[in-house]
Structures are given as structure tokens and as C-alpha cells.
Design a protein around this ligand. Structure first.
Ligand SMILES: Cc1cc2nc3c(=O)[nH]c(=O)nc-3n(C[C@H](O)[C@H](O)[C@H](O)COP(=O)(O)O)c2cc1C
Length: 379
């Protein structure tokens, strides 16, 4: 390995004593490839196997905790005992590749897809004109239990931990954002009340780990730092969320960014990056995972060397390069590709539906080869 990349391969010990072999994280990636019932399919296995050898942490695709939260066809599930065999197989796929396995726990809320719900209503903090119905208090409590049940299944399936999906405008973020939470009860109104559901989920997941007496079980929380729009989340909201989460015995936070270097929009210094300011605010109370359009080895190293994150997550880079970390370790970093070549489907092993989206050249997917106009999604 070129010694300059050595810093990315330094181990890190979490505050619960668990050591991760290095600073590289496989970003969670939905693949639209599980069977209809959420069980592991051959296409999904093909995508996950032999893809991230050399990474320290693997975060799974967003995995459904309750049926009415389904936001993707082919979404994996962690809803009951029937899901244990597939969950065990996914954890084993990560372990075979040497990474610690984290299950990402997800509910789509407003972004659930009605056609996938078998007649159930789309539920959300507040109703909307698109047909979503506001959750009542008992349903909110039941969803807290659903997240805890999914964490329990993950633990029993051999996962090393879970990542609570509080990002990308799914249910937890919908509760925190005044743009989507217009409730006037205990679950909405003030910033503290809007934060109550995400924190209840975090506490319930942490309680599962305590019940199993497994302090080594890693619990992380992913959030999106800002939203556009008058009532959308600001950096001040994110600082407040960080403060609340940092009071809990979590292991890490994971900021969801499409561009690692995106500057703050509101509620912080707009001349400085979001991640720099989040990391400074966190002030080592928890570790931070950063992400966003880091594709080459040089990109990952430069991001890490900013000092703004303890870990660097890669999504598209891992889609395009099933040997990314091994190549860096073997001094072959020049072989890493940063664009998708439509002729190389055999190499990427991307499941069919995701592959067809890749060919459309969207801003959240890898740039198509030769497309000089591609820019990462800007939110
Ligand atoms: C195909 C695809 C699927 C994704 N699915 C998820 C997901 O399930 N959960 C999540 O939190 N983020 C998801 N993301 C966002 C990534 O985790 C990551 O934050 C984003 O792609 C930016 O990183 P990158 O530029 O390295 O790809 C997905 C991104 C892609 C490209």
C-alpha cells in the first residue's frame, strides 16, 4: 500500500470498547432486490458478496421495521421471527468480508409507497393532502416498539449493531421537522416535542441492548443536517439533536450528505462546511461518520484528513468498485473507477431495478461514463 493511505486503515475503538479495524464504512444502500416478503434474494446476495472486503463497518440497506413504512420495492425486513434467516445471512456476508455488520432500521412514513402497502394507509406525524394519515398516540408507541423489535432481531441474527435511520426525510426526520410535523400534542410543537419520537426510538433500541446485556452491540444514529423550505430543519436543529443524542450511550452519529464539502445553509456559518461545524459541535462526545461523493482513494483520504469525521463512508464508490479497499491496500488505487460504464454490468453486479435507474444517470447515482455535467444531488 502507498503509505499515504495508512491513516484510513488505522483502527478505532468506540466508547463501548469495541474496536473497528479501520475508518472505512460501507454506506447504507437500498438495492431494490429483496424478495417481496423482505427475504434475501439471489440478486441481493450477488450484490453484497465480495464487494467490501477491507472495510471496517458495513451498514445494511434501509430495513423495514413495520409493514406500512415500506418505501421501496424489494426492501429487506426486520419485523418478526420469519426474518431471522435472511438477517443471519446478511450479517454473515459482512463477517465473511471482515467488516462489522450494522443493520439500518427504517420506516418511510410519508415516503412509503401506497402500492406496496396492501391497502394499509400511509402514516405520518401529520396528515397531508396526498392521503397520508396522522398517527395516533397508541400507533406512535407501537412504532417505537417496532424499532426495538427490529434491533432485537438484528442482535439475535448476529449483527454487531444497528443504525437508526433518522435521515433522508423518512419517518424519524418527519417527526423532527416542523415542515412535516404539525402536531400539537406531546409529539409535536416545540423543538423538544418534535425530537421526542426519534429519542424514544433511540432509547428503546438502547434498552434492547441492555436487556441482552450486550454493551458491545453498536448503536448509531443517521441524520440529515438540513432541509430546504421555510419550516425545514436548520443547522441549529441539528446541533440540538446532536446534544440530545450525545447524552445517550450511543457509539456514533452518521451525517447523511450527498457532498462531504457542502456548506451550511441556515443556522450556522454559511462559509464553512456542515460537517466541520457538526464535528466541532459534537466535540468528541461521540464519533462521527462523514460521507458524500468521495469516490477515489485520494477523495477518501483528503476527506479523512480534514479531521471532520472519525470514519469515511462510501456508497457509489462501492457500487462501482467491488475491490475498492483491497485495491487501496494492494497499491492499485489507480484502478478505482469513478464513473459507471454501461458496458460493465458484469463487473458491478448491480441488481436489475437499480441498474436500470443507474442507466438514467440520476444525480444520486454514479455519473455515467463521460458525463461531464453530472453533479451530486444538492439538498
Ligand atoms: C443506490 C443507493 C441507495 C441508497 N440507499 C440508502 C439507504 O438505504 N439508507 C440510507 O441512509 N442512505 C441510502 N443512500 C445514501 C448513501 O448512504 C450515501 O449517503 C449517499 O449515496 C452519498 O454517498 P456516496 O456519494 O458515497 O454514494 C443510498 C444511496 C444510493 C446511491
Amino acid at each position: 500500500m502507498n503509505p499515504k493511505f495508512q491513516p484510513l486503515f488505522q483502527p478505532y475503538t468506540f466508547n463501548n470498547g469495541v474496536t473497528v479495524p479501520n475508518r472505512l464504512v460501507v454506506a447504507p444502500m437500498t438495492h431494490w432486490a429483496s424478495h417481496e416478503d423482505g427475504s434475501l434474494s439471489a440478486d441481493e446476495r450477488l450484490f453484497l458478496q465480495e464487494r467490501f472486503r477491507g472495510f471496517g463497518l458495513f451498514v445494511s440497506a434501509a430495513t423495514l421495521v413495520s409493514p406500512e413504512g415500506k418505501a421501496f420495492s424489494g426492501q429487506p425486513a426486520a419485523m418478526g421471527e420469519q426474518d431471522l434467516p435472511s438477517l443471519r445471512a446478511i450479517a454473515a456476508l459482512a463477517h465473511e468480508q471482515g467488516a462489522k455488520a450494522l443493520l439500518q432500521l427504517h420506516h418511510g412514513g410519508l415516503k412509503a409507497v401506497p402500492e406496496l402497502l396492501h391497502g394499509a394507509a400511509v402514516v405520518a406525524p401529520s396528515g397531508d393532502t396526498g392521503g397520508a394519515r396522522a398517527l395516533d398516540g397508541a400507533e406512535i408507541q407501537a412504532l417505537v416498539v417496532a424499532f426495538a423489535r427490529a434491533a432485537d432481531l438484528a442482535l439475535r441474527a448476529g449483527f454487531d449493531g444497528v443504525e437508526i435511520h433518522g435521515a433522508n426525510q423518512y419517518l424519524l426526520q418527519q417527526f423532527y421537522s416542523a415542515a412535516t410535523n404539525r402536531r400539537q400534542d406531546a409529539w409535536g410543537g416545540s423543538r423538544e416535542a418534535r425530537m421526542r419520537f426519534p429519542l424514544a426510538v433511540a432509547d428503546a433500541v438502547l434498552a434492547v441492548r441492555a436487556q441482552h446485556q450486550r454493551p458491545d452491540f453498536i448503536v448509531g444514529y443517521r441524520f440529515s443536517p438540513e432541509e430546504p423550505g421555510e419550516f425545514g430543519l436548520t443547522m441549529q436543529d441539528s446541533f440540538a439533536l446532536i446534544d440530545a443524542l450525545a447524552q445517550r450511550p450511543l457509539q456514533y452519529l452518521h451525517v447523511s450528505l450527498w457532498d462531504f464539502y457542502k456548506t451550511a445553509r441556515r443556522g450556522a456559518d454559511p462559509a464553512r462546511t456542515r460537517i466541520e461545524q457538526l464535528h466541532a459541535h459534537l466535540n468528541s462526545r461521540l464519533s462521527l461518520i462523514g460521507v458524500g461523493n468521495l469516490r477515489s482513494a485520494e477523495d477518501a483520504l483528503a476527506a479523512y484528513q480534514t479531521g471532520w469525521a472519525e470514519f469515511i463512508a462510501l456508497g457509489k464508490a462501492v457500487m462501482l468498485n467491488p475491490d475498492w479497499a483491497e485495491w487501496v491496500q494492494d497499491g492499485r488505487e489507480q484502478d478505482i473507477v469513478t464513473e459507471l460504464d454501461p458496458q460493465r454490468a458484469d463487473r458491478y453486479r448491480i441488481p436489475p431495478l437499480l441498474w436500470s435507474r443507474c442507466l438514467e444517470g440520476m444525480d444520486w447515482l454514479p455519473p455515467l461514463k463521460g458525463n461531464r455535467d453530472w453533479r451530486p444531488r444538492d439538498i
